[in-house]
Design a protein. Structure first.
Length: 249
């Protein structure tokens, strides 16, 4: 069994009334991160995919959200990909937290004509008994379907270059129509991925009144969904999505 969770943490700040970490008093920022860590600790997923993860720069209020979440939620293994690095200001990207060791790690920043913080991280997770699963935390472009298609293709190509093994692709895919969108559909077809509810499912954004399903968990046919749901707590502007996957052999 593999329990996974994905969450866009919105740089670790509450979205209301102040959406930017450096504008908050330090105790408020740390308190909110501890609330988020409490949710992660309670759910205790084997692997957590995070997006919009800044490190200890000016934008994040000189707090390292990833370090605090990992420590307070009890995750020993951490991997972060800095897709947008502005020295002293921010080091933003995607990340994985895991109770199990992460191997064969890789990070990729998507190309863009302007500074962007979109990209993915990828790692192999050992489930025991010699069974490895590739896990991806991805954040796709919010404004352009053609750009999302290109970004999904980059992830597909990266996975195809790795040893053939089961895969779980999670993250904020910014799919606007309630379905995966052309880019993810092509990825799903090429890599034989499936999801719990291909044409619908529960909305994840905005958290206080969700209307859009932006956040997805996709898995290889060797992994069967036995549970899939969103978590009601609005610890970010996105709701977390959680799934339990069973190895079918």
């Amino acid at each position: 069994m593999l329990k996974v969770l994905t969450l866009n943490i919105a740089q670790g700040a509450p979205t209301l009334p102040v959406p930017l970490p450096f504008l908050l008093p330090r105790h408020r920022l740390l308190g909110h991160l501890d609330q988020m860590a409490g949710l992660l600790a309670r759910e205790n997923a084997d692997v957590v995919a995070l997006q919009e993860v800044d490190r200890a720069g000016l934008l994040s209020g000189k707090v390292d959200p990833l370090e605090r979440l990992a420590e307070r939620a009890g995750y020993a293994h951490v991997f972060h990909g800095p897709h947008l690095h502005l020295r002293g200001f921010c080091t933003r990207g995607t990340a994985l937290l895991s109770h199990r060791p992460l191997a064969e790690t890789a990070s990729w920043r998507f190309e863009g004509v302007r500074p962007v913080d979109k990209g993915y991280v990828l790692a192999a997770v050992d489930l025991g008994g010699g069974r490895l699963v590739d896990v991806v935390s991805a954040h796709l472009d919010f404004s352009s379907e053609p750009r999302r298609q290109q970004q999904a293709l980059r992830i597909t190509e990266a996975l195809q270059r790795r040893p053939r093994r089961p895969r779980v692709v999670m993250g904020d895919m910014n799919s606007r129509r309630g379905n995966p969108g052309v880019g993810l559909e092509r990825m799903m077809e090429t890599l034989s991925l499936h999801t719990h509810a291909p044409g619908g499912g529960e909305p994840t954004y905005k958290a206080h009144a969700p209307r859009l399903r932006l956040d997805w968990i996709l898995a290889s046919p060797e992994l069967r969904f036995t549970r899939h749901h969103t978590l009601a707590e609005p610890v970010s502007d996105h709701l977390a999505v959680e799934a339990v996957l069973e190895w079918t052999g």
